[in-house]
Design a protein around this ligand. Structure first.
Ligand code: AP5
Length: 217
């Protein structure tokens, strides 16, 4: 049975880091709504122009914009091998829309992985993050430095600091998480889909815990 996964957790919990390697390991299509919005911003598409104001302030982009974007991805051929939704859904209304879309595509979710970590660790992770301009791979100045300063290990493109990795924007993103996204934990628990992973460990430890959680289906 192919995997149909949601990665859920606060900003900086390590969803993107784990989604990248997990997608490679299991040959899954990695859909990161944050990366898709940043690509739309760079290309100055109508979606990017709508998203910009919300993202810079650390607020969620309106549900209807996100849901339409993800629906387009899920209908794409690449999803047939299985997929990881990284950063989606983030509200109950997004989760309900996703459920309907997946029902129509006959691709029910297999697991929702919750990356558990205290807020206290997240500011340091995010303000020290370096992101690849080419492939979006996340690095960290201290915890996961690139082999060559300022250059992506994977594709060789330049690394940059995201506009929303400032202290005020991170604080706003954390508020949004607790207010609008954390209720999804209960939503998926009642559906028997929730698996928890301790995301406060080093990257390899989280990867091991994730694999064990995926076996527990
Ligand atoms: P998005 O890009 O999804 O940001 P996020 O959820 O805030 O998540 P992050 O990318 O910041 O963190 P992550 O958990 O992926 O951590 P990472 O692996 O990079 O969204 C950005 C914005 O887009 C939102 O604010 C919103 O405006 C909009 N948006 C997106 N989706 C939306 C939706 N569904 N609805 C509405 N709006 C939406 O790791 C972080 C750092 O820690 C890195 O430096 C990494 O190297 C390091 N690290 C990772 N793991 C470890 C570890 N185990 N130990 C030490 N360091 C680690």
């Amino acid at each position: 049975m192919s995997l149909a996964l949601v990665f859920l957790g606060p900003p900086g919990a390590g969803k993107g880091t784990q989604a990248k390697t997990c997608a490679e390991r299991h040959r899954l299509f990695h859909v990161s709504t944050g990366d898709l919005f940043r690509q739309n911003l760079r290309e100055e598409t109508p979606v990017g122009l709508v998203a910009r104001g919300f993202m810079d302030r650390g607020h969620l982009v309106p549900d209807e914009v996100v849901c339409a974007m993800v629906r387009g991805c899920l209908e794409a051929e690449e999803t047939t091998e299985g997929f990881i939704l990284d950063g989606f859904p983030r509200t109950i209304s997004q989760a309900e829309a996703l459920e309907e879309d997946l029902e129509q595509l006959e691709r029910p979710l297999t697991s929702v992985v919750s990356f558990e970590i205290d807020d206290g660790m997240l500011m340091e992770r995010l303000t020290g993050r370096l992101t690849c301009k080419g492939c979006s791979a996340p690095f960290h100045k201290t915890f996961n430095p690139p082999q060559e300063a300022g250059v992506c290990d994977d594709c060789g493109a330049d690394l940059y600091t995201r506009d929303d990795d400032t202290e005020p924007a991170v604080a706003a993103r954390l508020d949004e998480y607790h207010d609008k996204t954390a209720p999804l934990l209960g939503y998926y628990e009642t559906r028997g889909l929730l698996r928890s992973v301790d995301a406060a460990q080093p990257v390899d430890g989280v990867s091991g815990a994730l694999e064990r959680a995926l076996e527990d289906r």
